[in-house]
Design a protein around this ligand. Structure first.
Ligand SMILES: Cc1cc2nc3c(=O)[nH]c(=O)nc-3n(C[C@H](O)[C@H](O)[C@H](O)COP(=O)(O)O)c2cc1C
Length: 330
């Protein structure tokens, strides 16, 4: 994509560090002047494990939040109009980059966290996180219209939750289509710019009570901590719009955690299976809908999974597409 305003390019580059299911990076962006049109890329959807595109849209929502945070670093404000658009099935959001004030120190910190954040699949330090840190992470999710229900080690429901995670993992392991999708997106070859490299899959826990995904190509086993905080991100509804909100809330919460050196790992097989998702919702007595299950803790930083280039994820289009630098200048 030639000739794009350098700031737009930096914003898209930062946005692409968003978490996505199996690092599928299921997003594409059309850039027309200062208008970014974000669409989901159905060719990157997990057709079997994610038939509704729920995880695809959560991933796109995380991308959208990064774009908003990265825009502030450029003294721009990303004003987003989120789907639906009956005429454009895969539209996630139209984002207008408008001149703004200089970023506050909090906004700057959040944007710096984008490249510091990565998923951890290693054991965490075996200690609870400070309550004020957890409160800040919860508040970040709340700002985006979602709720983060913590499941502390003493919570009586914790065992039931880890049991459901295991049950969902067992069912997926017996499902050839789910296995095939996992194989297509994990232990990737070095020339790929998506998927999860084998070295990042993490060890298999040596007990059944650690809520981490057991990857087929996971290497070795390890003893996982008992006292980390688990959390379920939930939204009031369960529509595509809620899934985009969940993604924005997820990334806002994760980046806020990153500013406190808190890292996250996920175990979402339990939410891909409608039965275990329903059971999890009931076990936690949620009136909202669970979208992500994670554990939060501290561990050494891990390498990044690879990313597609901006040229690969973005296209320049529409009238005014040749005159991009003028539109975002303040
Ligand atoms: C909707 C969604 C579901 C995910 N589920 C899992 C999971 O079950 N297990 C896991 O280890 N990581 C999971 N992840 C994390 C992705 O694998 C990770 O974001 C991706 O590989 C990119 O790596 P990074 O987060 O380190 O940048 C999920 C991420 C999203 C957005």
């Amino acid at each position: 994509m030639n000739n794009v305003d350098a700031r737009v390019e930096r914003i898209l580059q930062a946005a692409s560090w968003a978490p996505s299911v199996y690092n599928t990076q299921p997003w594409q962006v059309d850039v027309t002047g200062s208008l970014l049109t974000l669409r989901a890329d159905p060719s990157r959807q997990l057709r079997h494990s994610d038939p509704q595109g729920r995880e695809m849209l959560i991933s796109c929502g995380a991308f959208l939040f990064n774009a908003r945070a990265a825009a502030r670093r450029e003294s721009l404000v990303a004003v987003a109009r989120v789907l639906p658009d009956p005429d454009d099935e895969h539209l996630v959001a139209e984002v207008s980059l408008e001149p703004g004030s200089d970023p506050s120190s909090d906004e700057l910190e959040l944007s710096v966290a984008i490249t510091r954040r990565s998923t951890s699949r290693e054991p965490f330090a075996d200690e609870p996180l400070p309550t004020d840190v957890l409160a800040a992470i919860q508040a970040a999710a709340h700002t985006e219209g979602a709720r983060l229900r913590l499941i502390q080690p003493s919570d009586p429901v914790r065992q039931e939750v880890t049991g459901l995670v295991r049950r969902a993992e067992e069912l997926a392991a017996e499902d050839p289509a789910a296995r095939a999708e996992e194989e297509a997106w994990t232990a990737i070859t070095a020339d790929r710019h998506d998927g999860i490299p084998q070295g990042l899959l993490g060890p298999v826990p040596d007990s059944d009570d650690a809520p981490v995904r057991h990857f087929l190509a996971g290497q070795g086993s390890a003893h996982f901590e008992q006292r980390s905080t688990m959390a379920v991100l939930a939204t009031p509804g369960d529509s595509p719009r809620d899934w985009v909100a969940a993604g924005q809330a997820l990334e806002h919460a994760l980046l806020t955690g990153t500013t406190y050196f808190v890292r996250a790992s996920f175990a979402t097989t339990v939410l891909e299976n409608p039965t275990t998702r329903h059971d999890l919702r009931r076990a936690l007595s949620l009136d909202s809908f669970p979208q992500m299950l994670m554990r939060l803790g501290t561990s050494a930083a891990q390498e990044h999974a690879p990313r597609r280039s901006v040229d690969d994820l973005a296209t320049a289009g529409g009238p005014g597409g040749d005159d991009r630098s003028r539109d975002t200048s303040s």
